[in-house]
Design a protein around this ligand. Structure first.
Ligand SMILES: [Zn+2]
Length: 322
């Protein structure tokens, strides 16, 4: 019975998550920011497009994630592809302005639509290898329908069929993979449960630039699409890394790495300890979402959009803790 309730809560949570992620790319009318699409070279050969921030902008067409590319002497690796083919194509155009070298690799850091749904701007070229976590294809199958409906509803994209992602197009990474782009080696690392259950990161070895995907947020409230306990264990490892240059999935890139990770761990600690106290004292989930962790409100952007769901996820996880 308890497992049935837990399953039901998990299901409800997933529906809420899909809904909230769709709100996150709550978009757009006829006006566009895309005409000013820009990339910046943050370290030698590492180019980043900084997504619109904060994401609630009604004119951003879902262009909210930090995405980009790494240029070797033979070819180019793309890291995440944006929210639609339109946004992915803008990244592709930006690459062609920087180099005439071919794109050989696309890495999808995780399934969320603002990182994934531009993939078909690149994936039709079968010489491009698309890499993702070994659990990514399953998540694509599971979420595609919702994400495509969201694309139509919130981004007013008519031709959603062209955005359908073929899960078999993903070359999966079990743990660790190195790829030579020509005089430049990149490392793809598959992580355990963290932001999602299928995050990968990319390191450009020659510059030490760490592409964190959504494992780490900058100013933006962390989002839990997995569980807080395991996420914190991953963050503990990330905190010990000597990262000088990084790209996080959302937010500015100018603050010390350790500060970002430390703040995020503190938030998760507040979340977990508050939820444990709520459970121990008989506070219901419905009350907990409006009380636990609200002292954090002014420290993070988009707090109201995601915090309640972070509490829900953590509550449904921890209430079965021994
Ligand atoms: Zn994400």
């Amino acid at each position: 019975m308890m497992h049935t309730i837990k399953f039901a809560l998990t299901f409800v949570f997933q529906i809420l998550l899909v809904y909230a992620l769709s709100n996150r790319v709550a978009i757009a009318d006829e006006v566009s920011d895309l005409s000013s699409y820009q990339v910046q070279e943050i370290t030698s050969g590492n180019y980043v497009h900084v997504g619109n921030f904060p994401p609630q902008d009604t004119h951003n067409h879902g262009d909210v994630a930090n995405i980009g590319f790494i240029v070797g002497s033979k070819c180019v690796a793309v890291i995440d592809t944006g929210s639609s083919i339109q946004v992915g194509s803008l990244l592709k155009d930006a690459i062609h302005k920087v180099t005439s070298l071919p794109i050989c690799v696309v890495v999808i850091t995780h399934v969320h639509p603002d990182h994934l749904l531009g993939l078909n701007a690149f994936a039709e070229d079968l010489t491009v290898t698309v890499y993702g976590h070994h659990r990514l294809p399953k998540q694509i199958r599971k979420r595609s329908k919702y994400y495509l409906e969201m694309l139509q509803r919130d981004l007013a994209v008519e031709d959603i069929g062209s955005h359908a992602i073929d899960p078999s197009r993903i070359t999966t990474v079990d743990s660790f993979l190195t790829i030579d782009l020509g005089d430049r080696v990149i490392e793809i690392q598959a992580w355990d449960y963290a932001h999602t259950d299928h995050d990968v990161t990319v390191t450009d070895v020659s510059t030490g630039t760490f592409w964190a995907g959504d494992l780490v947020f900058s100013k933006h409230v962390p989002i839990l699409d997995s569980n807080a306990r395991q996420y914190d264990q991953v963050l503990k490892k990330l905190q010990s890394l000597d990262v000088k240059h990084y790209v996080v999935g959302h937010g500015p890139l100018d603050r010390p790495w350790r500060d970002l990770v430390t703040e995020q761990r503190r938030y998760l600690d507040v979340l977990m300890s508050g939820v444990r106290t709520a459970i121990d004292t008989g506070v219901s989930l419905m009350d907990a979402v409006n009380t636990v962790g609200w002292d954090e409100h002014d420290r993070w952007l988009n707090f109201e959009l995601y915090h309640r769901r972070n509490v829900t996820t953590t509550y449904t996880d921890l209430e079965w803790e021994d």
